[in-house]
Write a protein that binds this ligand. Structure first.
Ligand SMILES: Nc1ncnc2c1ncn2[C@@H]1O[C@H](COP(=O)(O)OP(=O)(O)OP(=O)(O)O)[C@@H](O)[C@H]1O
Ligand SMILES: [Mg+2]
Length: 263
């Protein structure tokens, strides 16, 4: 790896690659735009994590998977499998979009090896991911329902996988692609007068609102995402949130300060 190691962790937000208001609907135009920009930027060392959007969150919410095993929830165990399969369907779409542009991705299904404890990562071996990178493949991970030591099962969110991998692989940068072009002082989707934040630090975070009107994100939405990213920046890894539309991702990959920088 040496000093030239430039590992980028790319999170494709479920908000970006699906139509969040429509169950099980992929936003193909966005997905193609994202993958084309990655291809055009010619990045070599990177891995991808994607979220659930209208695939994972709806089912996880319906069967209350994020709170663990609950005998009150009808057919919850069955719902666990359904949620997993929905995420695999979305993952197939993501994988195909990359393969189509001849980017050698490889799907990595986290619940096959990850163990949670109270919803947090307790064990997450990375030998296979490291090996895949070493042989020139781009691992693509995604948020999933997973076994939990304390509560039976829970949700391993893409937003939790991102900082975990960033630390383990000493990533140089983390880029998150979203359906918004960065962080605002409040949700720009419900407030047309929301003002963009170029640089988000702890102080700025305490002054903004991350309340979302839609109750679909079972993993904490923008608020929890930003908390994790601010913690990550304390360990020296910066992240950037950019739009899935236009050419923001290309510019970010080329080192431009578009969107919001978290530090
Ligand atoms: N202050 C804010 N600035 C920007 N976006 C905000 C803010 N507050 C709330 N949001 C909302 O956060 C959403 C992005 O977070 P969300 O968790 O829904 O998406 P995601 O992480 O891309 O999806 P997934 O969890 O499926 O991967 C935006 O679509 C926006 O509506
Ligand atoms: Mg989310």
């Amino acid at each position: 790896m040496g000093g030239l190691w430039e590992m980028i962790i790319l999170k494709l937000g479920g908000s970006a690659i699906t139509n969040k208001a429509l169950e099980f609907s992929v936003n193909h135009a966005r997905l193609v735009n994202i993958v084309s920009q990655i291809k055009r930027a010619g990045v070599a060392d990177f891995m991808v994590v994607h979220g659930g959007g209208s695939f994972g969150h709806v089912l996880a919410d319906r069967y209350r998977i994020q709170h663990g095993r609950d005998p009150e929830v009808k057919e919850q165990a069955f719902g666990l499998g359904l949620t997993q399969m929905a995420m695999e369907d979305l993952n197939s779409e993501v994988i195909n979009a990359f393969l189509e542009l001849e980017i050698p991705v490889f799907p990595v299904q986290p619940s096959a090896f990850a163990v949670l404890s109270c919803g947090k990562i307790s064990s997450f071996p990375i030998a296979a991911i490291r090996g895949l990178l070493n042989v020139g493949l781009v691992p693509v991970l995604y948020g999933v329902p997973a076994y939990d030591l304390k509560q039976g099962f829970g949700i391993l969110s893409g937003d939790a996988i991102v900082p975990y991998l960033a630390r383990k692989f000493k990533a140089s940068r983390v880029i998150l692609v979203s359906d918004v072009d960065g962080v605002y002082d409040c949700d720009p989707k419900s407030n047309p007068r929301a003002r963009p934040i170029k640089i988000l630090d702890e102080k700025a975070f305490n002054r903004i609102s991350t309340e979302s009107k839609r109750g679909w994100d079972v993993t904490g939405g923008m608020g929890r995402k930003l908390k994790e990213l601010l913690r990550l920046s304390k360990s020296g890894i910066r992240s950037q949130i950019v739009s899935a539309d236009g050419n923001g991702l290309y510019r970010a990959l080329k080192g431009e300060k578009v969107g919001t920088l978290i530090k």
